[in-house]
Ligand binder design. Sequence first.
Ligand code: ADP
Ligand code: MG
Length: 268
Amino acid sequence: MNVAARDSAAAASAAVAPLVRARNVHKSFGANEVLKGIDLDVAPGEVVVILGPSGSGKSTFLRCINHLEAIDRGSIEVDGEQIGYQLRHGRLNKLSSRAIAVQRRKIGMVFQQFNLYPHMTALENIIEAPVGVHGQDRREAVAYAMDLLARVGLSEKAPAYPRQLSGGQQQRVAIARALAIRPKLMLFDEPTSALDPELVGEVLNVMRDLAGQGLTMIVVTHEIGFAREAADRVVFMDGGIVVEEGRPEDILANPQHPRTRLFLSRFI
Ligand code: ADP
Ligand code: MG
């Protein structure tokens, strides 16, 4: 979201239902409690950057939103529906795999490792989910994929295989692939961490464009500059909880919590 839109969005977010609503989310792996009660709302069109040290549960939280992990306690709603569950006759029932597939279509995710299919071209990677999984008309999917390739600046790379692309180009294709299902929410988990430094900027530029176009995004990143410029809100996680959150200019310039200060001091 651009800066001009932010204030009105912030004002509206009190009235508009959040697109993401996480409450008291707990998740353990064996005896290791990784999420210890996460609360987070994300308004439609909002860009939230999650910062925090390694091991603080950031990836786990994103994976819980996208059905890749099941939570132990609490709730996560996306677009008014509880992730993985359905309320029927006052009781929560586990969703069928078909219903989960419908929920997952609302969410696109981009990982640190781009995970493109190596034997498919850029274009084939992008249309795989819409055509192969969701049965969309191939011609329509191709037309939209070409739009998306243009948006990430790679129109001429449609016939290229992943091995013929740089890391930054592969990650831009991965972003286009995630967008191909027309998600309401995009999750980014350290999308530039695996890239050579000189390729980080081209990926962040694409993400900045998407943020400016009103896409709802949750971005885990260590790119403080991106948080400062593109985030509507910065959330600092440590030890499986949200330690502090607020506007980037407040959190980044004037963190209140000692753990946030310690974390940010490494970037200065
Ligand atoms: P972050 O993304 O903030 O670095 P993660 O969510 O990846 O943190 O990990 C938080 C903790 O959860 C770590 O201690 C990690 O080892 C543990 N963890 C994550 N995924 C699993 C898993 N599938 N099985 C067991 N432990 C896991
Ligand atoms: Mg992680």
